[in-house]
Write a protein that binds this ligand. Structure first.
Ligand code: ADP
Ligand code: MG
Length: 702
């Protein structure tokens, strides 16, 4: 199959070059101006843009348009409206007006708002976000023109993930510009974060998926004994991609490329049936949109191939789960990456200042950063020896750590480690340059050359919150730095002092060792680093005095918006766990227990008929099996009986936070108590009577 990548790339995007071609020069200029510097476009201009957008979309086969936004559900929302105008004698015109482009009104009452909107103020508004290009999406429902928008309440409070993200980018821009100006950069007009999210996912066969209520309702298996083979042979990672999966990947790439998403890396991941896709990095807000589209496209393309794409953080117990490494850097519009240490980081004052600000930001707000990666699925992953622990630290690698150590100890002359050559011992292979910095897979926040890689984010989660937080905390540290340095008489010595002070004060956040070890957990506690194991432990971080001060200062979240987000976190936690527990009750009562009863009944009958036919036969194996199966069955039934009333009691709790904490403390262990005997039974009874596909079926038969 030959693919013309150049031709299809971005074909479905209403890009700047499409606008340049299709818009009158003056209109194009006005749009560019607002895109780059903010402000409002006139209604007359909006009308012209809307019409050009509609014509372009209709040529692509579009019949409808939608305001495409990212409510606090974490997924995207869309409502399609056709381009039809009222028919005249069965003739219609196709239309998109400037007003329709710029603003939409929608009933906000069915989206999570965390109390920001009382039901009698149900209005929510979507407003065109000109920083993200419009695009057409080809779906079975039709080809749809998608206009990226933000979503706010009647009073302008953010009801989505995009608004705070854009606000945080503005804050970072303002503060980082102060830093680059200090170092004499007069060319740059803007600083922005760039993000490249690596997306992990599982693929399973759709027919098998449809036989499991847990996968359908919760996206993960709630029961399942380990398959005889897991990931222990390490033969899946980077392994040859199976044909069916390969066909999915090829198809996915084309769909993503059409949407202008630069999908570039694809490979098998560690767990059986697990894979990864990474795009080339792009501007933060666009990366957030594109990651949402990527997840959606993955699901849609999988269906075409008779597969289901599982984005859950932990679809299967006992093998690795999925995450999203959020690669983040900050750069100017003139192409300078502020996180590029260059060849001599020891002499690069601006780099060291930025690094010291990031150390401060992450140390001061470790709780917030951890919170930003909290989602219900991630509960099963963080701290599970496959993903970073719940303790936030920074890994700098040997080279930069060495530089920091010397700065902290006031060394006269700061030296670099020699990087040296790497000799493979094979004479025909050239000597390679060895980085002075190795990799550390166990760390949550790693410096990887010219970017930081935040490894905690869940695979199903939007990357908006993590990036909003990162941008905000770094903006604050840069603001503090600029406040000190702008007034300094001798910039160089003031800067060196500030770098020294920041690094000294916040060096406890650096850790280069094995974050999976038990000793580290104790050492981290000694250092006073927060260890927020569960989502429910992280929520209070949103509303501390420190968080309110940070987010209010830069206008990223109002205190009310923070309260709302905290409430939604608890609410979502309760709802998700409740669906999981209810699904377990359903599966245990309707699938597993009846199947096991059938099995024991048949076994008992066969014991009695064999013993009748042959009284001297040794039936001890059958009897022992019947006894143990019956024991586990009783255990399962007892756990089931306990789970139901427990949930009723927890649901009666009035306070939402208390309810979430009790779900975590009491319901989760009760769910584990139900899972245990059923998984044991799966390994004892005939495969034929087992009512659902097993781990082996799901992970090895794709
Ligand atoms: P690795 O994590 O193995 O070092 P790559 O270097 O290929 O992998 O990068 C992984 C992701 O990081 C990709 O999405 C890539 O585009 C992105 N990335 C690379 N450089 C930067 C950067 N300066 N800023 C943000 N993301 C980046
Ligand atoms: Mg990586």
């Amino acid at each position: 199959m030959s693919v013309n990548m150049k031709e299809i790339f971005g074909a479905n995007v209403f890009s700047t070059s499409v606008m340049r071609e299709r818009l009158p020069k003056k209109v194009f200029q006005e749009v560019m101006d607002v895109m780059e510097h903010g402000g409002n476009i006139s209604m007359a201009t909006a009308d012209v843009v809307a019409n050009a957008m509609k014509d372009w979309a209709v040529e692509k086969g579009a019949t409808h348009y939608t305001h495409w936004f990212q409510p606090l559900t974490g997924v995207t929302a869309e409502k399609h409206d056709s381009f039809l105008t009222p028919p005249q004698d069965y003739k219609v015109l196709l239309q998109l007006t400037g007003k329709q482009l710029i603003m939409g009104e929608s009933d906000a009452s069915s989206f999570p708002s965390g109390g920001l909107r009382s039901t009698h103020y149900a209005r929510g508004y979507t407003a065109w976000d000109m920083t993200s290009p419009a695009f057409v999406k080809e779906m079975t429902a039709g080809t749809i023109l998608c206009i990226p928008t933000i979503f706010v309440s009647y009073h302008g409070e953010a009801l989505d993930k995009k608004t705070p993200l854009l606000r945080s980018m503005e804050a970072l821009n303002t503060q980082a510009m102060r830093i680059v100006r200090l170092f004499g950069n007069t060319q740059a007009t803007r600083v922005f974060p760039s993000v490249g999210p690596e997306q992990e996912y599982f693929l399973v066969d759709r027919e098998k998926y449809l036989q499991r209520r847990d996968l359908i309702y919760t996206g993960r298996t709630l029961f399942g004994a380990p398959a005889p083979k897991g990931q222990e042979l390490e033969d899946q990672y980077y392994g040859v991609i199976r044909d069916r999966v390969g066909a999915f990947m090829a198809d996915l790439n084309q769909e993503l490329w059409k949407l202008g998403i630069p999908a570039t890396t694809q490979h098998n991941e560690v767990a059986p049936a697990q894979h990864e896709m990474a795009p080339i990095y792009t501007m933060c807000n666009l990366a957030v949109d594109q990651n949402q589209l990527t997840m959606e496209t993955m699901k849609r393309v999988a269906t075409r191939h008779g597969l289901v794409c599982l984005l859950h953080e932990k679809p299967f117990a006992g093998v690795n789960g999925s995450g999203k490494h959020n690669n983040w850097s900050i750069g100017t519009d003139t192409g300078e990456n502020l996180l590029d240490p260059g060849d001599t980081p020891n002499e690069n004052l601006q780099f060291l200042l930025v690094l010291s600000c990031i150390m401060k930001a992450v140390d001061v707000h470790a709780d917030l950063l951890r919170q930003s990666a909290a989602c219900v699925g991630n509960e099963h992953r963080l701290g599970g020896q496959e993903a970073p622990p719940a303790i936030i630290t920074i890994y700098l690698g040997d080279q930069l750590q060495h530089v920091v150590d010397q700065i902290v100890s006031n060394a006269d002359c700061i030296k670099l480690l020699a990087s040296g050559k790497l000799d493979s011992g094979v004479s025909t292979v050239p000597l390679l340059n060895r980085d002075a910095t190795d990799r550390n897979r166990t760390t949550p926040f790693a410096f990887t050359g010219n970017k930081f890689e935040f490894r905690m984010v869940g695979s199903s989660d939007s990357i908006a919150d993590a990036n909003t937080t990162l941008n905000a905390i770094v903006a604050e540290a840069m603001c503090d730095a600029a406040d000190v340095l702008e007034g300094a008489e001798n910039l160089e010595s003031a800067c060196m002092k500030l770098i020294h002070d920041n690094m000294t004060e916040h060096q406890r956040i650096l850790f280069n060792g094995n974050s999976y070890s038990e000793e580290w957990v104790q050492e981290a506690a000694r250092r006073g680093l927060p260890n927020l194991a569960s989502l429910v432990d992280t929520v209070p971080a949103l509303t501390t005095e420190k968080a309110v001060k940070l987010f209010s200062k830069f206008g990223i979240y109002t205190p009310a918006e923070l309260e709302a987000r905290a409430e939604i976190m608890y609410e979502t936690y309760v709802k998700v766990v409740k669906i999981e527990a209810t699904t377990m009750i359903h599966m245990a009562a309707k699938h597993y227990i009846p199947a096991v009863i059938q099995y024991t009944t048949a076994l008992a009958k066969s014991i009695s008929s064999v013993s009748k036919a042959c009284p001297e036969a040794d039936l001890s194996v059958q009897r022992k099996l019947l006894t143990s199966v019956s024991d586990y069955l009783a255990q399962a039934s007892c756990a089931l009986e306990q789970l139901k009333p427990l949930m009723d009691r927890v649901d009666a709790i009035q306070d939402l936070k208390e309810m979430a904490l009790t779900y975590h403390r009491a319901v989760i262990p009760a769910m584990d108590a139900l899972r245990y005997p059923i998984d044991a039974l799966e390994l004892m009874v005939d495969k034929d009577i087992w009512p659902v596909p097993t781990y082996g079926d799901l992970m090895f038969e794709v």
